[in-house]
Structures are given as C-alpha cells and as structure tokens.
Write a protein that binds this ligand. Structure first.
Ligand code: CO
Length: 142
C-alpha cells in the first residue's frame, strides 16, 4: 500500500491586523486556554501565535516589517481572515519536486517556518484559490 502524500492537517493560518486583539478574542470569546505568546519571525515578515486545540492549531499571523508577505492580504481584508492551510509532509524537498512535476507553482525554496521545520507555499491560483503551506512533520516531543 502506498503511503499518502499528505500527512495531517497541521494548522490553519489566520492573518490579523492586531495579534493581541486576536488573542483576546480566542481567549475571552472562544475560551481557549492554551495560546502561545507572540513571537517575531523577521525572516518571514510575521509575528505569530499558536492557538492550541486538541485537533491542531490556528496560527495567528500579524505583519512584521514593511515587506511582510501578508500586508497585501490585509489591505484587501482589513479585518483579517483565513490566509492559508498547512499540511504535513514527510520530506519537503521530495514534496516540492513532486508538486513542480504536477505543474504546481511552488512559491519558495524550502525555508524554516514558524514551527521550526521546513516549509514551502503553493500558488493559490493552482489550488482552487487556497494558499497551501506544506510543512515537514515536526519531531513529536511526547
Ligand atoms: Co502557517
């Protein structure tokens, strides 16, 4: 039996204009207890927090710096919105090549993402309007 290409859905990325307001919403209104403090990731132009849920995470991302890749999205969606979905793969380099072979536009060379593992993004124009992040499965720490 062949192993499926995609591993678990890891997280849903949500772009927000103000990460502290967003964290307040998840805490107070949705009553989520486990939310990580915001961390700046200058190499990706975002500040992020993880909303930890039993089934996975919501990744809150706020622009960091003038060249943030999510500024354009927030200009179009000033209140923020669902920005990308992230699936795990076993080997990011193999996955990236496989996607290119299938005609997908892979937007970057594998680079370290917010979870500390390598990620690539696939052009939403090739995937039904959804920006897809592929991420190498993190080593489980339990
Ligand atoms: Co992400």
């Amino acid at each position: 039996m062949s192993k499926s290409f995609l591993g678990p859905l890891n997280h849903v990325g949500v772009a927000v204009p103000d990460i502290h307001i967003a964290i307040g919403f998840y805490k107070k209104v949705l009553e989520v207890k486990d939310i990580t403090d915001p961390v700046d990731l200058p190499s990706q132009g975002v500040t992020y927090s993880f909303v930890n849920l039993p089934s996975g995470q919501v990744e809150l991302i706020q622009p960091y710096g003038k060249n943030s890749p999510i500024l354009k999205f927030l200009n179009k969606n000033p209140k923020g919105g669902q920005h990308h979905i992230c699936f795990e793969v076993v080997d990011i380099f193999k996955a990236s090549e496989e996607m290119k072979k299938k005609g997908m536009r892979v937007l970057n060379e594998p680079r370290i993402g917010a979870h500390g593992t390598l990620v690539v993004f696939l052009h939403p124009g090739d995937s039904g309007g959804v920006l897809i992040e592929l991420m190498e499965t993190p080593l489980k720490t339990f």
